[in-house]
Design a protein around this ligand. Structure first.
Ligand code: CU
Length: 511
């Protein structure tokens, strides 16, 4: 079934209203429910899951430093929308099918409120996972202004819960950013990009088995999910009417596996102003931007003098990345359309500033510990791909235990053929460099022999990051200071099919 492109308007998720707000703190309640929603006007409504009856969920907007409490409430039915593989870690027969736990991606947050994958809970908190600590999460929002997002993180079924619709934006604001006079209010729009596949009846499709089925299993996890349709903010190939002026877009790749290399078919520049962790030192003009799952980029697009033009946001990243097929330019090679059809409602006084905020480089001399961590590709007892971090499964004893306030460098040694977006909870890091190395020699002798020079991060990555593309046959080095909280966090690949099986590890920040 081929759906027409650019026939539905881009939805913009509403801003969530707090239940309580005073000078000391803010309190929200967020319900997770199942409902039906139109994802394209030529499709029957689809059954989805969402926060506050919306997919994507409502946007949560907070100030930097604001104390926020959120009660995440599971009001989902007992039956899952998608087939569960009970051989996957944490998703065995002994736990209920429908479990949830919410993680604010990129949040500086105490561990008990971070959404640890084994801190899941069911409807009415009737059953909870072994690491469940509290019903009401506390967020200190110690980040600077940035684009974060909240999403499900339940052990063994994250890929299914997010695919069902459990994701939304979480924006942190700050006067430092307001003073820059960037495009704001209705000229500031979040764009959550995802890929999905539909059944004829309009329901969402998620495979029960990989392309080469596993005969012993009724349902098996797949090595990656690649959808044949692109959605932005929960609409298939939407359009957005814009005024001939500057806009700020907060781009988020919330797909299971698909990477996007985004361009405008007008060939014009986008001005990137922020990375995962907030503003860059200065805007950079770019013609394309790469976004792996969970990566964000804030860009300003200037539609001035483009009255009457239609501009398509395109994608030419192979899927899976980088070894997969190039996207069909007529379908998944397109993301959405901008129509410069609205009259200019007032003079555009917003600016693209020459300088934004300091982004001090973390000094390599301050490092107290270096860790060498491999990204591995193994095979399980069914002959399936079994991707690991540091060659250890989720359940192996904790091996990464940084001390509070110390700085470490992690060498992400990728011996696989895929690019893996590696995400650390709690902290933001900086990318030092990437470097090709001899994989065969490493596999045999466990020594890194570089085969090329160290390559600095791309200009679009030279800010605070919480997710980094660790490319195949490269060593990617990141540097970070651990804090301000101690406790149990995780690091993982953000390809959801990898994270569920089982490219995810706990780490602990100790005193
Ligand atoms: Cu991965």
């Amino acid at each position: 079934m081929i759906l027409s492109k650019f026939v539905d308007e881009l939805p913009i998720p509403p801003i969530l209203k707090p239940r309580w707000k005073d000078q000391f703190y803010t309190y929200y309640e967020v319900n997770m429910t199942e409902f039906s929603q139109s994802l394209h006007s030529q499709l029957n409504n689809s059954t989805v899951w969402g926060y506050e009856n919306g997919y994507p969920g409502p946007t949560i907007e907070v100030e930097s430093g604001e104390k926020v409490f959120i009660k995440w409430i599971n009001n989902l039915p007992d039956k899952h929308l998608f087939p569960i593989d009970y051989t996957v870690h944490g998703a065995h027969w002994d736990v209920p099918d429908v479990r949830t736990v919410v993680h604010v991606h990129g949040a500086c947050v105490e561990w008990e409120s971070d959404g640890y994958p084994e801190a899941w809970f069911t409807k009415g908190f009737k059953q909870v996972g072994p690491y469940f600590r509290k019903q009401i999460y506390r967020y200190d929002n110690c980040n600077h202004a940035c684009t974060l997002w909240y999403h499900d993180h339940t052990i063994g079924i994250t890929r299914l819960n997010i695919y069902a619709g459990l994701a939304g934006f979480y924006l942190i604001r700050e006067n430092r950013e307001r003073s820059l006079n960037l495009p704001s209010e209705k000229y500031e729009i979040p764009l959550m990009i995802q890929d999905k596949t539909f059944n004829e009846d309009g329901s969402l499709y998620y495979p029960k088995q990989p392309e080469k089925p596993i005969p012993e299993l009724e349902t098996s996890i797949i090595p990656e999910f690649i959808g044949d349709t692109i959605l932005v903010n929960g609409k298939v190939w939407p359009y957005l009417e814009v005024e001939p002026r500057k806009y700020r877009f907060r781009l988020l790749n919330a797909s299971n596996t698909r990477f996007y290399r985004i361009k405008l078919d007008s060939g014009q520049f986008m001005y990137q102003i922020a990375t995962d962790g907030g503003l860059l030192e200065y805007p950079i003009g770019i013609r394309e931007i790469m976004l792996a799952p969970a990566e964000r980029a804030d860009v300003i697009i200037d539609f001035t003098n483009l009255e009457g033009k239609n501009i398509i946001m395109t994608n030419d990243a192979p899927a899976p990345f980088p070894g997969g097929d190039k996207p069909d330019p007529l379908t998944v090679g397109q993301v959405m359309q901008f129509r410069v059809t609205l009259p200019l409602s007032s003079v555009d006084t917003s600016t693209i500033p020459a300088y934004m905020v300091p982004v001090p480089k973390i000094k390599e001399q301050s490092v107290t510990r270096i860790r060498y961590l491999t990204l591995n590709d193994n095979m399980d007892q069914y002959g399936r791909e079994w991707m690991l971090l540091d060659n250890k499964p989720w359940d192996a004893p904790i091996s990464e235990n940084p001390k509070l306030g110390t700085t470490e460098i992690w060498y992400l040694i990728n011996v696989t053929d895929d690019s893996h977006p590696i995400h650390l909870h709690l902290i933001d890091f900086q990318i030092l460099d990437r470097r090709n190395f001899d994989v065969d020699k490493f596999n045999k002798e466990k020594v890194i022999e570089y085969t090329g020079p160290a390559m600095p991060p791309e200009p679009q990555e030279r800010g605070w990051k919480d997710t980094v593309r660790a490319n195949p046959k490269q060593v990617t080095r990141i540097i970070m200071e651990f804090g301000p909280f101690t406790g149990l966090y995780i690091w993982h690949c953000h390809i959801l099919e990898h994270e569920d099986y089982e490219m995810m590890r706990p780490y602990i920040v100790i005193r």
